[in-house]
Design a protein around this ligand. Structure first.
Ligand code: HSE
Length: 401
């Protein structure tokens, strides 16, 4: 019998209890022994829950119980989630988490501590919800050097952009719809401003290159300024607009989060609603895609339980330990950009002088929509500033994937 303790009985915690209970026979058959939920730590009581008798309010009860070999942290937030994870490792227990904030901020320390103690710190559910992505990177892709990762890593923003594209709803209307459906939080800023995606792409980049970039050191842009006109113009040119986290792994690893025009030829362009998709490029395997439910109670819980089974079954899979790193200079990155500019007499000469040969999407007289040739970020910024100086107001600028 393997005894586990769950920290947090919210959306993911209750989902984990459900997966462990509903599939207990299957799990026992795979493992050769049952998994018992011995404790559930939460501030609240759940008198009507079948797990009411496992609820505890003091983490020390769990830490002091030598029968508990695995602690699963699903509390969210940095504190006390980090403190309890560290204490559990110090008490000789393996730790599993779905908490990307803790992994991004304290992963180096907790992985090192786990290594020193001969324990495991696993976090499959922290990126891509139920999609297997951490374990494949650590196992199947380990013979290869990962060179590039690009992913739609946030279900809420993907839902909002999908609704804007399908129904012509504004950003505010689509956000309200996502909130009514329970996808978006009451305070949706971490999702719509791109910080949730930033934490996830930083974790994937750290696994690929061994360096964790501080999220405030990478360029992060959300979707709040995307308009229905941008989506319409993008579609006319053969693109969908998605919020994408990218990591170019190399001597100067570049990590970035921004809305992107994604060409119809990219598998990411077809990922809709709350689904996530991650493309990983490596030297020998080429491109491999991971797709599925990036959020939600039971899909995320299935990733948590996969980590429990991994540890209980004695699999040797271990995420690499990383160190703090600094990203390369994003201003040196090269990409094309979609621009929407306020029209002006003689704009053609102004635009070609600053941007060279552009792909024109639309010219309504009042608005010019175009795609620039590939330019260094700093050069594109300077060219846009010069166009604004010349009286062409910038209405939108979105990078092309
Ligand atoms: N808020 C996140 C999302 C939850 O919308 O994808 C999963 O990390």
């Amino acid at each position: 019998m393997i005894s586990v303790a769950l920290l947090g009985f919210g959306v993911i915690g209750s989902g984990t209890a459900e997966v462990l209970t509903q599939n207990s026979a299957l799990i026992e058959a795979r493992l050769g022994e049952p998994i018992q939920i011995k404790y559930i730590l939460d501030l609240r009581d759940f008198p009507d829950s079948p797990f009411a008798d496992r609820i505890v309010h003091d983490v020390n009860v769990i830490l002091a119980d030598s029968e508990v070999s695995i602690v699963v942290e699903m509390m969210g937030g940095l504190h006390p989630a980090y403190d309890f994870s560290r204490a559990a490792l110090e008490a000789g227990k393996h730790v599993i988490t779905s908490n990307k904030a803790v992994v991004a901020a304290y992963g180096e320390e907790l992985l090192t501590l786990a290594e020193e103690k001969g324990l495991r710190y696993l976090f499959e559910a922290s990126v891509g919800g139920g999609i297997p992505i951490i374990r494949p990177i650590c196992t199947d892709l380990s013979p290869c050097q990962i060179t590039h990762i690009e992913g739609i890593l946030n279900g809420t923003t993907n839902y909002i952009l999908t609704r804007m594209a399908e129904s012509g709803a504004s950003f505010a209307e689509a956000l309200a719809e996502a909130q009514a459906l329970g996808y978006a939080e009451r305070d949706p800023s971490a999702d719509v401003e791109g910080w949730d995606t930033a934490r996830k792409i930083c974790i994937l980049a750290a696994l690929a290159c061994g360096k964790m970039m501080p999220i405030d050191a990478i360029p992060v842009e959300g979707i709040t300024r995307i308009t229905v006109a941008d989506i319409r113009n993008a579609r006319k040119a053969g693109y969908a607009i998605k919020l994408v986290g990218t990591a170019d792994i190399g001597e100067n690893t570049l990590v970035q989060v921004s809305p992107r025009l994604v060409p119809a030829s990219s598998p990411l362009s077809t990922i809709s609603d709350v689904f996530n998709g991650i493309l990983v490029r490596s030297d020998f395997l080429g491109d491999v895609m991971f797709y599925g439910r990036g959020a939600g109670s039971l899909p995320t819980a299935s990733a948590v339980v996969a980590d429990i089974l991994d540890i209980a079954g004695g699999s040797p899979c271990k995420p690499r330990t990383w160190h703090a790193g600094q990203p390369g200079n994003a201003a040196e990155g090269i990409c094309r950009r979609y621009l929407c500019l306020a029209g002006k007499e003689g704009w053609e000469d102004l635009v070609s002088a600053q941007l060279g040969q552009v792909e024109l999407i639309d010219d309504t007289g009042s608005e010019i929509a175009l795609i620039t040739p590939p330019m260094r970020e700093c050069e594109a910024d300077a060219a846009i500033a010069a166009l604004e100086e010349a009286g062409m107001a910038l209405l939108s600028a979105i990078r092309v994937l």
